[in-house]
Ligand binder design. Structure first.
Ligand code: PLP
Length: 357
């Protein structure tokens, strides 16, 4: 039976990425060696790193003055690296979920943190609006896509202070006006590559403004100067990331992805809104994520949650169980997820409703 992969992360990757990476594990760049056993200083791997950085810049239309880094440590290390490198006295954060809270907690170790707004009062089922960003903050931090709750900031906001964004789960899903951001970072395992590599897009001129000592590996300058080759980078995930970037380019680039993502999300949200058994957990349509679509059983049908999960699993739907803090279901519809998988899930929901509603 065909499997439809809705995991939130690590998550579905293009067939192209998996095939080419599997081949490189056996025979990398016709060297007769596996990519796992060659020097990261070899000209073959240096070319991979350079091309990945270049293509990332090209696809996202990254302007002059920015660098693309591929680091270890996951997005969670960025929660600390951002304040370590940017915060003198005060930083502003938007609290839109568990990942935002983790970022806030790390920043609190470096100075004053002003949480400008929070959606915690409603279990993070909306994006706060109408807040004021303090002009004396060293930066303002947002989480554009809240993977666990299925909310997303889908536009590039204006900030009077440098804007920092965790885009772990929506990078490369829509065009972004990079010039509005000072730093964009994320773990690659949602929409780009296997786990193990973290991307950072950084505008160089925001650095050098704090006085504290920054350990070498946690200093963005180290990685900018050495072009992500200060120490051994995550070689295999970087190779896989390059394959995904090539696949994106072959498939029309990011605006094509956006169209496809909008289409998939529209189909699924329409079914959730229409189906008598389910409801979306995010009431405001503007706040609904295009990447992680969360839904629960409607009131009165709660006891059908487990049976639906079992039914969907028997139909090949993988990874749709919702995060424990939201419950219900979560279908992640990242770039690599084909429209057919969304259609298959919709078919499953209809069939289940016909039998049970
Ligand atoms: C998954 C996720 C993270 C955590 O990433 P790691 O690479 O595991 O540290 C952080 N932020 C968001 C929005 C995520 O979805």
């Amino acid at each position: 039976m065909k499997k439809h992969n809705f995991y939130a992360g690590p998550s579905i990757l293009p067939e192209y990425t998996i095939e080419n990476t599997a081949e490189a594990v056996r025979n990398f760049a016709d060297m007769g060696l596996s990519i796992m056993e060659v020097s990261h200083r070899s000209k073959e791997f240096v070319a991979v790193m350079e091309e990945a950085q270049q293509l990332f810049k090209e696809l996202l239309n990254i302007p002059e003055g920015y660098h693309v880094l591929f680091l270890g440590g996951g997005a969670s290390t960025q929660f600390a690296m951002v304040p370590f490198n940017l915060m003198n006295k005060k930083a502003a954060y938007l609290n839109t979920g568990a990942w935002a809270k983790k970022a806030i907690k790390e920043a609190q170790g470096f100075g004053e943190v002003e949480v400008v707004a929070s959606s915690e009062d409603k279990n993070f089922n909306y994006i706060p609006k109408n807040y004021t960003i303090p002009e004396d903050a060293d930066y303002f931090h947002i989480t554009t896509n809240n993977t666990i709750y299925g909310t997303e900031i889908k536009n590039d906001i204006d900030s009077p202070v440098p804007l920092v964004a965790d885009m772990s789960s929506d990078i490369l899903s829509r065009p972004v006006d990079i010039s509005k951001y000072a730093i964009i970072y994320g773990g690659a395992q949602k929409n780009l590559a296997p786990a193990g590599v973290t991307f950072v897009i950084i505008r160089e001129d925001i650095l050098g403004k704090v006085n504290r000592h920054i350990p070498t590996m946690l200093n963005y300058k180290t990685h900018i100067e050495k072009e992500s080759m200060f120490n051994t980078p995550p070689v295999l995930p970087v190779f896989a990331a390059l394959q995904t970037l090539k696949w994106l380019k072959k498939n029309g680039g990011i605006s094509e992805m956006q169209k496809k993502n909008e289409y998939k999300a529209k189909l699924l949200y329409e079914e959730i809104d229409r189906n008598p058994l389910f409801r979306s957990t995010v009431p405001d349509e503007n706040d609904r994520s295009l990447m992680n679509i969360c839904f629960v059983m409607k009131d009165g049908f709660e006891e059908l949650e487990k049976p639906f999960l079992e039914f969907a699993t028997s139909r090949g739907m993988i990874g749709i169980k919702g995060h424990r803090s939201v419950g219900g279901f979560r279908a992640s519809t990242y770039n690599a997820l084909p429209v057919e998988s969304v259609q298959a899930l919709i078919g499953t929901m209809r069939e289940f409703a016909e039998k049970n509603a």
